[in-house]
Design a protein around this ligand. Structure first.
Ligand SMILES: [Zn+2]
Length: 154
């Protein structure tokens, strides 16, 4: 089943995910932070969990576009002979190679392009809520984001 391109995604609920590959640099019963790319246009995004429900199933992530980044290049520097990528979710073993740590640091410090919030159990699966963020919209790491996005209260 073809996935929609991230560029076509508008705010809404119960949407198909544009993402099919996740590098989870943080994992706790599911991804907590990492990188993903659009299956169609290959735009790279960094994501970070802001909130989760009591069962830690539904999670809210802040997602930021990292323009010009190449996902395959990131995969290349993180993977080792003993730790080959696996999709849809790859949790690379730490410590990462030095070159990978540097690449990840560079990506994290890159100015974000498009920014949005998603609520989902898994960024590669059904997106319960997708909401765009304005360029100057401040997003606190702490907060009841599930409630703010109207998830779990229906
Ligand atoms: Zn796209």
């Amino acid at each position: 089943m073809a996935r929609p391109c991230c560029a076509e995604r508008t705010d809404g609920r119960q949407l198909r995910s544009p993402f099919s590959r996740v590098i989870a640099t943080g994992y706790y019963d599911g991804s907590t932070e990492g990188f993903t790319d659009c299956d169609t246009c290959r735009t790279v995004y960094e994501f970070k969990m802001l909130d989760w429900d009591e069962g830690q199933d539904i999670r809210v992530f802040k997602v930021e576009e990292k323009a010009g980044a190449l996902f395959d290049e990131l995969v290349e520097v993180i993977s080792t002979e003993q730790d080959r990528p696996r999709w849809p979710i790859w949790v690379p073993r730490s410590p990462f190679p030095v070159a990978a740590e540097k690449r990840i640091h560079d990506l994290r410090s890159k100015v974000a392009g498009a920014r949005f919030l998603i609520a989902t159990e898994d960024p590669t699966k059904r997106i319960l809520v997708w909401r765009s963020l304005g360029p100057d919209e401040v997003v606190e790491d702490r907060g009841d984001w599930l409630k703010a996005l109207g998830v779990g209260s229906e």
